[in-house]
Design a protein around this ligand. Structure first.
Ligand code: F6P
Length: 543
């Protein structure tokens, strides 16, 4: 039986037909308390989901679907360490990375929590030395530049969180994140750094990823060109990986390796040792605060009834638009400059997890799965793409994220401070998207009849608003875990494996075959399609 054959799905289809024509204006007019009633709170985050095209009945039916598709049992199986990543035969236990010391999480009968805290302790000891300037480089100088080399989950989490928590960072350390195999990335990020004062963290779960290994080799050459001695590598390079053998082969002493485990997916790994660069920036205490925020949301997700469970609500509302309204994408719009990289981080988290069309039992789905995730910080987006969200032909559900307190209060003489201006935009946008402006209102304003249609806002465009008091490490941890678990809920309903990523393999394999064809001195015999052959020939002729 597929999910489209469940009673809950059929009920939602009928309900959608009945509700499709209802406007948010009517839903708010019918219930004066709607704005406060349709809200929930957990781990320090307040979610207002009242500006969604839902009634109480919609919510009941959506949660019925969650229950009928076994979301709660699947959640419990994940937390219990069952091997729910069936295509790779692995447990999925990023939640164990933030379990407090003393908790027990078993993988194949082994308690992994002491292992997690052992690595955290080694990371903290190392971070304390680097931050205090007592971990010295080969020439005896403290290391004040930190270059993280990694890609995907070994880059996006650290760079996003570093940018998000810059306010709390030790500012005399310079952090750079190199991910792209394009030599420009490494060149530009190291051109003003002194190798004698630089620490390189090679972050790779597998320690085989082409981009990361190429950048790591070039970074080592850059260091050795300046310091001239192979033994300098031990003072300037550390590794974060699950693959000790490959780390050793690369020439990094495993004493300088911080490990993690195969039950941590790459895109769920920023709170493992993959977060070493972040810990160096914000310190062990800040990192532990972040972990506490993650854990608070884990506990909320694990224990709160679905009716008030933030990840469940966000997940099921997403399914409502994705599967019943035909929405193709979902925008995430943080109203905080520090969260500039958050949408990019979520793109991997969500799209690599739920960009699947085969169910857990190996059949093609007959329904839509993961949406396209996109966004950028407000208010910049307002002056770029919001036009389409307001008046275009596509339905784009949006998450607005804002904070009641700013980390950078800037008063403006004779007027409201910057933060009030910023937050006024959050509230105004969701209001405009929900309620719009009718033709009558436009005409009443005296707009000529021929121009009036251009000035009408249909409204009825759904948004969630997530409000927190302040962007702290704890808040960030809770926010990331909120989206991790939202993705989980959706994957559970769609009956797909949110924890593998076979879709990235084919391109990697083909690139591996093409590299020698580009590199060969003599023109190789090409056996691709005519397009690929022609492109390779042109590249070889003109490079
Ligand atoms: O893009 C595929 C992927 O395997 C991601 O899932 C992962 O985060 C990234 O590559 C990097 O992998 P690694 O940490 O092993 O270098």
């Amino acid at each position: 039986m597929t999910i489209t054959q469940t009673a809950a799905w059929s009920a939602l289809l009928d309900h959608h037909r009945a509700l499709e024509g209802t406007h948010l204006r009517d839903l708010f007019a019918q219930d004066a308390a709607r704005g406060e009633r349709l809200s929930a709170e957990g781990a320090g985050l307040y979610l207002d989901y009242s500006k969604n095209r839902v009634t109480d009945e919609t919510l009941t039916l959506l949660l019925n679907l969650a229950r009928e598709t076994g979301v709660e049992a699947k959640r419990d199986a994940m937390f219990a360490g069952e091997k729910i990543n069936v295509t790779e035969g692995r447990a999925v236990l990023h939640t164990a990375l933030r379990a407090p010391a003393g908790a027990t999480v078993l993988v194949d009968g082994h308690d992994v929590v002491p292992d997690v805290h052992e690595v955290l302790g080694r990371m903290a000891a190392f971070a304390d030395q680097v931050r205090a300037g007592t971990w010295l480089g080969y020439t005896g100088r403290p290391l004040k530049n930190i270059v993280n080399i990694g890609i995907g989950g070994s880059d996006l989490g650290p760079v996003m969180a570093y940018e998000a928590l810059k306010h709390y960072a030790q500012r005399d350390l310079t952090l750079r994140f190199v991910s792209n195999v394009d030599g420009t990335d490494l060149t530009e990020k190291t051109r003003d750094l002194n190798p004698a004062e630089t620490l390189v963290i090679v972050s790779s779960k597998t320690f085989t990823t082409q981009e990361t290994m190429a950048n790591a080799r070039s970074a080592r050459a850059w260091l050795l060109a300046a310091l001239g001695d192979e033994s300098a590598v031990a003072r300037h390079f550390v590794a974060v990986s699950t693959n000790a053998e490959a780390v050793q082969q690369f020439g990094i002493d495993t004493a300088n390796m911080f490990g993690f485990w195969d039950w941590v997916g790459g895109r769920y790994s920023m709170d493992s040792a993959i977060g070493l660069s972040l810990m160096l920036a914000v310190g062990p205490a800040g990192f532990h605060e972040l972990l506490a925020g993650f854990h608070a949301m884990d506990e909320h997700f694990r224990t709160a009834p679905l009716e008030s469970n933030l990840p469940a609500l966000l997940g099921m509302l997403g399914i409502w638009y994705n599967n019943f309204f035909g929405a193709q994408s979902h925008a995430v719009l943080p109203y905080d400059q520090y969260l500039a990289y958050f949408p990019a981080y979520l793109q991997q988290l969500d799209m690599e997890s739920n960009g699947k069309h085969i169910t857990l039992d190996g059949r093609a789905v007959d329904y839509q799965t993961g949406p396209v995730i996109w966004g950028q910080p407000g208010t910049n987006g307002q002056h770029a793409f919001y036009q389409l969200i307001h008046q275009g032909t596509k339905l784009i559900p949006c998450d607005f994220i804002g904070f009641c307190q700013t980390l950078n209060p800037l008063p403006l003489e004779g007027g409201a401070p910057h933060h009030d201006l910023l937050m006024a935009n959050v509230f105004a946008q969701t209001e405009a998207l929900a309620f719009g402006k009718s033709l009558q209102q436009v005409l009443d304003e005296g707009v000529p009849e021929d121009l009036a249609p251009h000035r009408v806002f249909d409204g009825n465009r759904p948004t969630n608003t997530i409000l927190a008091d302040r962007l702290t490490p704890h808040t960030l941890g809770a926010l990331i875990a909120l989206y991790e678990h939202k993705v989980f809920v959706q994957g559970a309903v769609w009956n797909i494996n949110s924890f593998d990523q076979w879709g990235v393999e084919l391109g990697k394999v083909l690139a591996g075959k093409i590299v020698p064809e580009l590199h060969a001195p003599a023109a190789p015999e090409l056996r691709h399609d005519s397009s690929t052959n022609a492109l390779i020939r042109r590249y070889r002729a003109r490079r």
